[in-house]
Design a protein around this ligand. Structure first.
Ligand code: OOB
Length: 548
């Protein structure tokens, strides 16, 4: 589905904002878009890898052929419920075989999963149900001591278009997902250039947005990522981050691993207790974490007797990994680290196995595709000189041209020529690798000086008594602007005092207006649904507590 470059990008009836016709033709000619659907891809893999193990989850082990057949049966069952091409289905499942089967079943029908995270609650799910106009909501009975059937009751009240609640496990008053099963029959193939799935935006501010992804672009995302990360049939990928998130789903994640005939192991959680057992028993070679989890794994590896020797690559992404932490991974976890700077909106950057150790430690990788077009701009939209920090704008073969049903947001999130304005501040090294320097809006306005929270965090985190740090602006009681508060998770019982921290930063040669005015010590930083530091929650925490 394409349109002329001269016409403004109007979304298709599906909600997808298409790429201009000539651009789409270029992506097809380059081989990026191969005209296959996600359902068709599984059929192809099932022929190629037949009896090899595709998915392991709990006590279930599915070969490629079994996964293919289960997807066919569930597609027929869903069709019997009246779910068909173009219908949106809200999916909120933990990492389990049911997720994989459902994902491909929906793809076969041309129905569109809206992939929400297990940590989402009524605020997010109610909003996403209404925004997507979903006809069905698929949940687990319980997960993480939470009953999703109760949530479903609340969602049903808010979302008039919702007709079915399907439950993996004990259905209560709803329909058991296990009963959504019928003799396989074939369905017309959806258009590979049209909407295949909706991802939820990962922002830490505002309500979540829905990100349309096509069969063509998501297939490319997975396949090209698998190649950039050197996956092959011997790959055993452990998905321990929530599988509905782009990172473990397709970067290269589950889909990338399946594209090369590897084995996907779905872990119930990223807790070392769960993940380490699976690494040992399934001989896991690759996995992905958000950086805040890495110190927990390093600590646990010191005393946990699990054999982690099969692990070759730990991918770190979702938020900034410090160079120091990156450098400790090989010695502590016995594997290489790979930095991944990605976004559900599209663009992915990976450090590559051939990059030298320093580049892997200090950069967040370089773009996946030679057709990713990057611009790094100042506040006026002008490109900054090479090597300088600016906002990252991007367009390319797997980066969206518009959010789903969001004309107002789209008017400000894209340039006229289709670049997505990421809000990320980056600088580019001569090698093409990017260094993430913060968010455009994550700054502290201190007495008229704009201070980057990320920069303060990096300096504070270098203090030996600091395990983790987040810097936030708090209202300045004596003036108009803000003061800098460093929220610190200490290494031992007590972290550094504000005087000690200020002295430490001064010694590092940091300008005095960037020094923290206040230090707040916490046992853990609040995290978002995927595990990034939740600055909104932090600010609320600080305004409701007076600990200094
Ligand atoms: C991933 O996707 P989202 O959509 O949850 O979040 C995207 C945002 C980026 O715009 C950036 O602000 C931040 O998360 N981010 C990073 C980062 N990776 C993502 N910031 C610093 N360093 C990194 N390595 O988070 C995501 C999607 C696919 C693969 C990996 C991560």
């Amino acid at each position: 589905m394409t349109q002329d470059a001269s016409t403004p990008p109007t979304p298709l009836p599906s909600g997808l904002t298409p790429w201009p016709r000539e651009t789409a033709a270029r992506y097809v000619a380059a081989g990026h878009w191969d005209g296959r659907t996600l359902g068709g891809l599984l059929r192809h893999w099932a022929q190629e890898y037949a009896d090899r193990t595709a998915v392991v989850a709990g006590s279930e082990r599915l070969s490629y052929r079994q996964l293919d057949e289960r997807a066919d049966r569930m597609a027929s069952g869903l069709a019997d419920l009246g779910i068909g091409a173009g219908d949106r289905v809200l999916v909120q499942l933990p990492n389990d075989a049911a997720f994989a089967v459902l994902f491909f079943a929906l793809a076969r029908l041309g129905a569109v999963p809206a992939l929400t995270l297990p940590a989402h609650r009524i605020t997010e799910i109610g909003h996403l149900a209404r925004l997507s106009g979903a006809v069905a909501y698929v949940i687990a009975d319980e997960y993480g001591a939470f009953d999703y059937r109760t949530l479903a009751a609340a969602v049903l009240e808010q979302a008039p278009e919702l007709r079915h609640v399907l439950v993996a496990g004990d259905p209560g008053p709803y329909t058991a997902l296990a009963k959504v099963d019928a003799e396989p029959r074939s369905f017309p193939d959806p258009d590979p250039a049209d909407l295949a799935l909706l991802l939820v935006s990962g922002g830490t501010t505002g309500v979540p947005k829905l990100i349309p992804r096509t069969h063509n672009d998501y297939g490319f995302n997975a396949r090209a990522s698998a190649a950039a990360c050197d996956l092959d049939q011997g790959t055993v990928y452990l998905a321990c981050l929530p599988i509905a998130h782009n990172f473990p789903l397709a970067c290269p994640g589950m889909l990338g691993t399946l594209s090369v005939g590897g084995k996907v192991v779905l872990a119930p959680s990223p807790a070392p207790g769960d993940a380490f057992r699976l690494i040992e028993s399934e001989r896991v070679t690759h996995t992905a974490l958000v950086p805040p989890l890495i110190p927990l794994w390093i600590d646990a590896a010191e005393w946990d007797p699990a054999d982690l020797s099969s692990l070759r690559v730990l991918q770190a992404g979702g938020s900034k990994l410090s160079a120091d932490l990156a450098r400790t991974v090989p010695d502590t976890l016995g594997c290489a680290v790979q930095q991944v700077f990605g976004m559900a909106e599209g663009l992915l950057n990976y450090t590559r196995s051939a990059d030298d150790a320093d580049l892997v430690a200090v950069s967040q990788g370089r773009p996946l595709s030679e057709d990713d077009e990057l611009r790094i701009v100042d506040g006026d939209g002008q490109e900054v000189p090479p090597g300088e920090v600016g906002e990252l704008l991007v367009r390319g073969p797997y980066t969206l041209r518009g959010y789903y049903r969001a004309p107002e947001v789209n008017a400000v999130s894209f340039t006229r020529d289709g670049f997505y304005c990421s809000g990320d501040l980056v600088r580019q090294l001569p090698s093409g690798h990017l260094v993430v320097e913060g968010r455009v809006k994550d700054t502290i306005d201190r007495n008229g000086e704009t201070v980057s929270a990320e920069e303060v965090e990096a300096h504070v985190a270098a203090h030996p008594q600091v395990r983790r740090c987040a810097a936030v602006g708090i209202p300045d009681p004596g003036g108009e602007g803000e003061r800098i508060c460093a929220v610190v998770v200490p290494v031992g019982a007590a972290g550094p005092t504000v005087q000690e921290l200020r002295g430490f930063l001064l010694q590092r040669g940091v300008a005095s207006f960037k020094l923290p005015d206040r230090v707040s010590t916490v046992a853990e930083l609040p995290l978002t649904a995927i595990g990034k530091i939740d600055k909104r929650a932090l600010r609320t925490l600080l305004t409701t507590s007076d600990q200094t």
